[in-house]
Every structure is written in C-alpha cells, then in structure tokens.
Ligand binder design. Structure first.
Ligand code: HEC
Ligand code: HEC
Ligand code: HEC
Ligand code: HEC
Ligand code: HEC
Ligand code: HEC
Ligand code: HEC
Ligand code: HEC
Ligand code: HEC
Length: 471
C-alpha cells in the first residue's frame, strides 16, 4: 500500500508510517521548489502542475496483475526532451482533473496501459503513425499477445515520450530500442563488421533501423527492401561482384547477402509459394490457415514433403481456373536470425563456386516450403532434401528425364539450381532454355565456351527468363 501525496487526497487509508512519509515528501517538495522552477521555466502551467505531484522518484502504482507502473516523471529530463513544448494533457487527454490522484483508477496490466495510450501519438506524428500502422510490428500487435513470443512494440516501447531526444543525436548502439526484444540478434550484430564500424565511427555504418526500417518494417525475408538498403550504401556492389560472379543480378535475387557474407552461417533452401500472376509471394489470409492444413495433409507421416506430396500440394493451390498461377521460387537463405547478423569483412566471404555448384552442397541439405503468414513472416513446412533432384523425376517436368539421366555433373547441379530458381508447374520448355543459358554462362566464365555455345544457341533462340513468363 502506498500514499502518494497527502493522505487526504487519496481514498485509501494510510498507515501512520506512510503518513509520515507523505509529510516528509511534501517538505522535501517545498525545499526542492526553487530548483524545479528553474528547470521548468519552459513548461506550461498545466504541465508544471502535473509535475508537482509526479516528479517524485520511486513512486509507483500497483496494477491489477501485480505489475508496477512508475509514476515518476523527471522535470529535468522532460525539459530537455523534444516534447518540452508539448503539454502532458496533449497525450493524457483522458485525465479527469477533479478526481485524478484522489480516486484510484484500476488498470489491468502494464501492457494494457501501453495499449490504451497507443493512439496518443497519432495527431502530431501522422506520417510515422501511418508508416508504423502498415508495418509488421503493428500487425503483430493486432494479432495480440502470444505465449511463445514477446509482445510487439508500440510507439512508446521504442520512444519514451517523457524523455525523447532528437534522432540526430548519436547514441551508443546499446541504446537502440530493438536490443530489448531482439537480444540475441543485437549481440551478433554488435560484433559484426557493421556493429564494430558503428561503434568506431558512428552513423556511417547501419544500425537495425537502417536495414529494416524503424516504422514501416516488414518480415526480413519479404521482398527486396533489405537488399535495396545494402545497395544504397554499397553503390558499387553489383559492379564489384560482376568482376568475378557471372550474372550477379540473378545471384543477388536468389541468394540472401549473408549466405556468402556470414561464412560460418548454416544455410537452407527456401521454396516460396509465389503468385506468378500478381508477382508476389502467396500469403495466408488472417484466420484462414489453409497452408498448414494442406501441408499437414500432404505430409501424413511428418517426414517432410517428398516430391509427390509437394506436387499434390501445388495442385491444391492451382485449382481448375487458376492452373499454374502458384509456382515455387527458390531462395538461398541463412537458417537463423543470429546467422544473418554475422557479416564479416570481405576477405572471408564465400567466393568458391563449388560451395553451391556441386552435388550434395551443404547449402542444399536443408529445404523448406514457405508461405507468407498474415503478418508477412514465413510459415514453414519441412521438405525432404531429395526433392530438389526428385522433382526432376515428376510429371511436372516430363521430357527432362533425358537430361537427368545423362548424369553429367554440371548439368545435374545446374538443373537443381534451375528448379530452385523457378520451378513452374509444369516447368515447361522455358526451363530448358534457362538450363542451357546457365551452362553457357558458366562455360563462358571458365572460358571454355565454344562448343556448348553452338548447341545452346540453337535451343535458346528466343531467350526469355521463365520466371518472367506468364504461364
Ligand atoms: C495531486 C497530485 C497529482 C497531480 C496534480 C497529478 N497527478 Fe497523476 N497521479 C497522481 C496519483 C496519486 C496517481 C496514482 C493514482 C492511483 O494510484 O490510482 C497518479 C497517476 C497518474 C497516471 C497513471 C495512470 C493513472 O491514471 O492512474 C498518469 C498517466 C498521470 N497520473 C498523469 C498525470 C497528468 C498528465 C497530470 C497533469 C494533468 C497529473 N497526473 C497530475 C497524482 C497526481
Ligand atoms: C507525447 C505524449 C505524452 C506526453 C507529452 C506525456 N505523456 Fe505521459 N505517457 C505517454 C504514454 C504513451 C504513456 C504510456 C507509456 C507506457 O506504456 O509505458 C505515458 C505514461 C505516463 C505515466 C505512467 C507510466 C510511465 O510510463 O511513466 C505517467 C505518470 C505519465 N505518463 C505522466 C505524464 C506527465 C506528468 C506528463 C507531462 C509532464 C506526461 N506524462 C506527458 C505519453 C505522453
Ligand atoms: C520498433 C521501434 C520503434 C517503434 C515501434 C516506433 N519507432 Fe519511431 N523511431 C524508431 C527509431 C529507431 C527511429 C530513428 C531512426 C529512423 O528514423 O529511422 C525512430 C524515429 C522516429 C521519429 C523521428 C524521425 C522522423 O521520422 O521524424 C519520430 C517522430 C518517431 N520515430 C515517432 C514514432 C511514432 C509516432 C511511433 C508510433 C506510431 C513510432 N515512432 C514507433 C523506432 C521506433
Ligand atoms: C501534441 C503534439 C505531439 C504529440 C501528441 C506527440 N508528439 Fe512527438 N513531437 C512533437 C513535437 C513538437 C516534437 C519536436 C520535434 C518536431 O517538430 O518533430 C516531437 C518530437 C518527437 C520525436 C523526436 C523527433 C526527432 O526529430 O528526433 C519523437 C521520437 C516523438 N516525438 C515521438 C512521439 C511519440 C512516441 C508520441 C506518442 C507517445 C508523440 N511523439 C506524441 C509533438 C508531439
Ligand atoms: C546490414 C543490414 C542489417 C542490419 C544492420 C540489421 N539487420 Fe536484421 N537482417 C538483415 C538481413 C539481411 C536479414 C535476413 C533476411 C533474409 O532472410 O534474407 C535480417 C534478419 C532479421 C530478423 C529476422 C530473423 C529471423 O528469424 O528470420 C530480425 C528479427 C532482425 N533482422 C532484426 C534486427 C535487429 C534487431 C537489428 C539490430 C540489432 C538488425 N536486424 C540489424 C539485415 C540487417
Ligand atoms: C517490444 C519488443 C520489440 C521491440 C522493441 C522491437 N521488436 Fe521487432 N519484433 C518483436 C516481435 C515480438 C517480433 C515477432 C517475433 C520475433 O521475430 O521475435 C518482431 C519481429 C521483427 C522482425 C521480423 C522478423 C522476421 O521473422 O522476419 C523484424 C525485421 C524486426 N522485428 C525488427 C525490429 C527492429 C529493427 C526494431 C527496432 C527499431 C525492433 N524490431 C524492435 C518485438 C520487438
Ligand atoms: C555468391 C556469394 C556472394 C553473394 C550472394 C554476395 N556477395 Fe558480396 N562479396 C562476395 C565476395 C566473395 C566478396 C569479396 C570479393 C573480393 O574481395 O574480391 C564480396 C564483396 C562484397 C563487398 C565489398 C566490396 C569491395 O570490393 O569493397 C560488399 C560491400 C558486398 N560484397 C556486399 C554484398 C551485398 C550487399 C550482397 C547482397 C545484395 C552481396 N554482397 C552478395 C560474395 C558474395
Ligand atoms: C548505412 C549504410 C550501410 C548499409 C545499409 C549497409 N552497409 Fe555494409 N558497410 C557499411 C560501412 C560504412 C562499412 C564499413 C566500411 C567499409 O568497409 O566499406 C560496411 C562494410 C561492409 C562489408 C565489409 C566490406 C569490407 O571491405 O570488408 C560488407 C561485406 C558489407 N558491408 C555488406 C553489407 C550487406 C550485405 C548489407 C545489407 C544486408 C549492408 N552491408 C548494408 C555501410 C552500410
Ligand atoms: C552461395 C551459393 C552460390 C555460389 C557461391 C555461387 N552460386 Fe551460382 N548460383 C547459385 C544459385 C542459387 C543459382 C540459381 C539462381 C536462379 O536461377 O535462380 C545460381 C546460378 C548460377 C548460374 C546460372 C545463372 C542464370 O543465368 O540462370 C551460373 C552461370 C552460376 N550460378 C555460376 C556461378 C559461378 C561461376 C560462381 C563462382 C564464381 C557461382 N555461381 C557461385 C548459387 C551460388
């Protein structure tokens, strides 16, 4: 139990001891007045009035679930904050001045209070509010609390409204609000090239929000936002890779940068369901979890989808009338969030083509099928790794047995890659062109082109990328 100000102002009975405390606090307040005044000259009268009660260290209010809501607002910090010209009541418009502080208002939990105050930033920061509302964190807030994850942030979880400083101030990286909830990732980042560069040189190197956006953030594996962020700073990257990596654009599209730049990372193939008409990842609608149901049904023995199961699942997504609309698009990724934030200096990056372009390469040993969940984060279902090659033996690519059976190593591998890159259902003849184009590029790269070229040109004739081809 506690007595916040004077006994009379509170409805709750106070013990003699806390009464004494209150008196001492009141005396303390009067002694402190000249100081508080000089700090608060910039503040409006109403704000100062609030602070006469609230600038008291250690005061807390016990909420229904036992959480403690701090009641102390420092006048000094408030006067130094970007909100010094904002009145308390601009945000706390629901304070009932007659009864406030006298009648106890019951609040369920800390989170409940935060949620209740969630709208208070909208009026003055319309642009950020809109950006945030379109982002992933806001989607997670809408989904509500979940036992298996932390609560997603609202504005006030990242910006303390009573102490907020200008974003132009360079703070130590530990001050990033993201660190509280994404601790493991933060720890990895703090030790990678960017974290170390940030510590040494400040803002030139990216912190979380430079790659992910502070407000309009999206699931990390969605779209090209992160890649584009990398290329905004590393303007010459495509050119520099082109010096040794054939068809850099294609590699950049199919491989997440940390796959090569976090050399110790574990990798995996992500077969994404892709809407080939709308040209974006297929996403699950909120409350209609068809993907998991269908995947579970197709994978009755829970060993991961095999080639046949994957085909039948794809047919589910390509009902009569929408044939071939949903295809698979492969992407090479790192397996964990920590792995993604262990970018090393360039000398350690993976340059050896064989890391990927060889049968049984490590990167191809873990395969999953994903759909974008309602919040954009991938929902995964395991796929047996043999699928990458066994897909070759399914009807969807009829006519390719010949290629598969020649067992020419290079062809084999490239075929897998083509499947990985753009498995259409059916793959159709365009893939042959892709395949041979791939072979050709590779041969060119190795300056042993002549022979292959001749046969390839015949086949490729009209060369279009099959993933750009309406099926
Ligand atoms: C007379 C002293 C006093 C003044 C003046 C005062 N408060 Fe309070 N305030 C309190 C006390 C006491 C509590 C704790 C009430 C409780 O335990 O339920 C409180 C609680 C709060 C809370 C926590 C949530 C809640 O409603 O319980 C907020 C927010 C708050 N005050 C904001 C303000 C603002 C803004 C002003 C100025 C407009 C203000 N207060 C003026 C005494 C005061
Ligand atoms: C820019 C908007 C804004 C202004 C201005 C503002 N507040 Fe708040 N205040 C909030 C929000 C949002 C919360 C909820 C924070 C949370 O969930 O932790 C809050 C929470 C509080 C709390 C309770 C718990 C906490 O987080 O400290 C008190 C007490 C409080 N405010 C008092 C004040 C007083 C006194 C002033 C004026 C000196 C003031 N506020 C000015 C937005 C504001
Ligand atoms: C997940 C953490 C996070 C959340 C949630 C968040 N912000 Fe931010 N905000 C940041 C970071 C980090 C920066 C500085 C970097 C930047 O601007 O990209 C920032 C910058 C700002 C800025 C100054 C720069 C500018 O764009 O004007 C304002 C104002 C702001 N946020 C308001 C808000 C409001 C309002 C909300 C809620 C709708 C909100 N923020 C939610 C992390 C967050
Ligand atoms: C009554 C208007 C008002 C409200 C409501 C308000 N702000 Fe502000 N905010 C301001 C003003 C004025 C500034 C000063 C800088 C500016 O003009 O952008 C500011 C600055 C900021 C900054 C620093 C921007 C920078 O350029 O570095 C952040 C972050 C911020 N506010 C977050 C919030 C959050 C979070 C909330 C809700 C809890 C909120 N604001 C509610 C008026 C408001
Ligand atoms: C240099 C750019 C960069 C910076 C800085 C960065 N990230 Fe990332 N982040 C990435 C990339 C790249 C991925 C992997 C995306 C993919 O799948 O291709 C990722 C993935 C993530 C994920 C998803 C992890 C998962 O389980 O799938 C989270 C969460 C995340 N980052 C948070 C953070 C936080 C928090 C920080 C700051 C401590 C941060 N990031 C800093 C680039 C960055
Ligand atoms: C209050 C807690 C909290 C804060 C603060 C926070 N996040 Fe998150 N964030 C979450 C939760 C919860 C998720 C969803 C589950 C997960 O990935 O842990 C999430 C997810 C993400 C994802 C998507 C991960 C994926 O699977 O693709 C990214 C990216 C991300 N956050 C970046 C950031 C950045 C950048 C900041 C700081 C500007 C930040 N977060 C601050 C709680 C937080
Ligand atoms: C196939 C592996 C691979 C992929 C994918 C890859 N990189 Fe690289 N990258 C390398 C290697 C190897 C080097 C070092 C080249 C050298 O030093 O000759 C390098 C060098 C770099 C450099 C330093 C350039 C310089 O010369 O100073 C940057 C910056 C870079 N990469 C950014 C990226 C970004 C951004 C992406 C994703 C869009 C990416 N890389 C994707 C392998 C890769
Ligand atoms: C805000 C700008 C910025 C963004 C965004 C950014 N970087 Fe960097 N990066 C830097 C700076 C600054 C350095 C250190 C100086 C240098 O070596 O160029 C660096 C260093 C690197 C290096 C080491 C280069 C070397 O010479 O050893 C690699 C590799 C790299 N970044 C890759 C990436 C990748 C991949 C992404 C996106 C996931 C990314 N960067 C996003 C600014 C950025
Ligand atoms: C980290 C793994 C990785 C590394 C390292 C790598 N590649 Fe690739 N490569 C791929 C993937 C995945 C594709 C499939 C892209 C697609 O078609 O979607 C591919 C595609 C290709 C293609 C076909 C491009 C096209 O037009 O379809 C050629 C040629 C190629 N790589 C050559 C090379 C050479 C030469 C090297 C070494 C200098 C190399 N790759 C290094 C993963 C890698």
């Amino acid at each position: 139990m506690k007595c916040f100000l004077t006994v009379n102002e509170l409805n709750e009975p106070c013990s003699a001891k806390s009464f004494l405390m209150a008196v001492m606090l009141a005396i303390g307040f009067f002694i402190a007045v000249p100081d508080a005044r000089s700090e608060s000259v910039d503040l409006s009268k109403t704000t100062q009035a609030c602070l006469t009660c609230h600038d008291k260290e250690g005061e807390q209010k016990k909420l229904e679930n036992g959480d403690l809501l701090p009641l102390h607002i420092s006048t000094k910090a408030y006067t130094e904050s970007m909100h010094k010209e904002t009145d308390c009541e601009d945000c706390h418009s629901n304070i009932e001045s007659k009864t406030h502080g006298k009648e106890k208002i019951s609040i369920k939990s800390r989170r409940d209070y935060t949620l209740g105050m969630g709208e208070s930033c909208r009026e003055c920061h319309k642009k950020n509010f809109k950006a945030y509302a379109d982002g992933l964190h806001a989607a997670l807030v809408k989904e509500g609390s979940k036992a298996d994850r932390k609560d997603a942030p609202l504005c006030s979880n990242c910006h303390n409204p009573h102490t907020v400083k200008s974003v132009k101030i360079i703070e130590p990286i530990t001050a990033t609000p993201c660190a509280t909830c994404h601790e493991a990732i933060f720890n990895a980042y703090a030790k990678d090239v960017h974290g170390l560069e940030r510590i040494a040189k400040g803002k030139t190197a990216p912190i979380c929000s430079d790659c992910h956006q502070a407000h309009d953030n999206k699931a990390a594996s969605m779209g090209n936002a992160i890649k584009d962020a990398c290329l905004t700073c590393h303007k010459d990257a495509v050119k520099q890779h082109n010096d040794w990596l054939p068809n850099t654009d294609r590699h950049f599209e199919a491989i997440s940068c940390p796959v090569c730049h976090a050399p110790t990372a574990q990798r995996r193939v992500n077969l994404r369901l892709y809407d080939n008409l709308a040209k974006h990842q297929v996403s699950e609608k909120l409350g209609v979890p068809q993907f998991e149901l269908k995947a579970d049904a197709a994978d009755a023995d829970k060993l991961g989808l095999d080639g046949r199961a994957l085909q039948s699942l794809l047919r589910e997504f390509n009902q009569p009338g929408t044939e071939n609309r949903t295809i698979l698009r492969g992407r090479l990724e790192v397996r964990s969030g920590v792995d993604a934030h262990q970018i090393s200096e360039k000398s350690k990056a993976i340059k050896d083509c064989d890391t990927c372009h060889k049968t049984g390469a490590e990167a191809f040993q873990s395969v999953s099928l994903t759909i974008a969940g309602p919040d954009g984060r991938p929902i995964r279902h395991g796929v047996q790794k043999d699928v990458l090659s066994s897909l070759l033996a399914t009807e969807s690519i009829r006519g390719f047995y010949a290629i598969g059976s020649t067992r020419i190593k290079l062809l084999d591998v490239l075929l897998v890659l083509v499947v990985l890159g753009a498995l259409a259902v059916p793959l159709g003849h365009m893939t042959v062109k892709r395949l041979f184009k791939g072979v050709r590029d590779k041969r060119e790269a190795e300056e042993r082109a002549a022979q292959v070229k001749a046969s390839t040109q015949e086949l490729t004739g009209n060369r279009r990328r099959d993933d750009d081809t309406p099926q």
